[in-house]
Design a protein around this ligand. Structure first.
Ligand code: BTN
Length: 249
């Protein structure tokens, strides 16, 4: 027996369209154990945020999805899942001596470059999260990126060495498990404060861009639903949902 939530059941695939899509089909067709991981060597249609494409060379990186049923979490609190995942990734990178930050809402940055991203797809039933597919992509050994994704980097590019993918996976899962366990045990305060500690550009004067144009301000907080709070230079607090604001401009 293990007291880990994630990874007790691992499904390894050579090739699939997208591990998120594979996971969705799987939970529709059968009962799938909580914490099951679908790990793929290659995705033909890796999904990124904003309907984008996730580029990942065969066998070089980590591309996987985790199936969770966080039905204790009401939808107003759903961003705690995202916070827990991003903290796990940042602390996994710290274990490898890489300093990284969480760029709201779903990116992990090393300096100004993106090393990882995740895409959480929730299925909501009666105000609770019935199931959640957490798709994670970490650039590990890839050295060249062809797509138009802005500023990609990888562990290999940052540290000048290659990594064993399976060992890297195990280490990452250990860190994600740590933070998911804290979430499942309701350690909301700890999660929130750690998240803010790792948040990219928090309290730093930054240029933002929304539908009305550019403005200067500072990120001051993220609500538990995921709304980003920005204080403008004129001391007004603006609230943004996903995709409504971009930064830095
Ligand atoms: C982003 O655009 O930053 C989110 C990227 C998420 C990519 C991962 S790779 C594994 C999982 N399967 C997918 O199709 N997408 C996610």
């Amino acid at each position: 027996m293990t007291d880990e939530i994630i990874g007790n059941n691992l499904i390894e695939l050579d090739i699939t369209d997208s591990t998120n899509e594979y996971s969705k089909k799987l939970i529709k067709e059968s009962e799938v154990e909580e914490g099951t991981v679908i790990l793929a060597d290659f995705q033909t249609k890796g999904k990124g945020q904003k309907d984008g494409y996730w580029e990942s060379e065969k066998g070089k990186n980590l591309t996987f999805s985790i199936i969770l049923y966080p039905n204790f979490l009401d939808i107003q609190k759903q961003f705690y899942l995202s916070m827990s995942i991003s903290i796990g990734i940042v602390e996994f990178l710290a274990h490898l001596s890489v300093n990284s930050k969480i760029k709201w809402p779903n990116d992990i940055y090393i300096n100004n470059k993106k090393v990882a991203g995740f895409l959480i797809e929730n299925s909501i039933k009666r105000n609770i999260i019935a199931s959640s597919i957490v798709g994670i992509g970490i650039n590990v050994n890839q050295e060249e990126f062809k797509s138009s994704a802005p500023n990609p980097t990888s562990l290999c590019l940052e540290l000048n060495k290659t990594f064993d993918i399976k060992n890297t996976y195990k280490l990452l899962i250990a860190y994600i498990n740590k933070w998911i366990k804290l979430l499942y045990n309701s350690h909301y305060k700890k999660i929130k404060s750690r998240y803010k500690k790792y948040l990219f550009l928090i309290n730093k004067k930054t240029c933002f861009s929304d539908i009305n144009g550019k403005f200067d301000g500072r990120i001051i907080d993220v609500e538990e639903s995921g709304i980003l709070l920005i204080k403008t230079d004129s001391k007004k607090v603006r609230k943004y949902n996903f995709k409504e604001v971009s930064f830095p401009c």
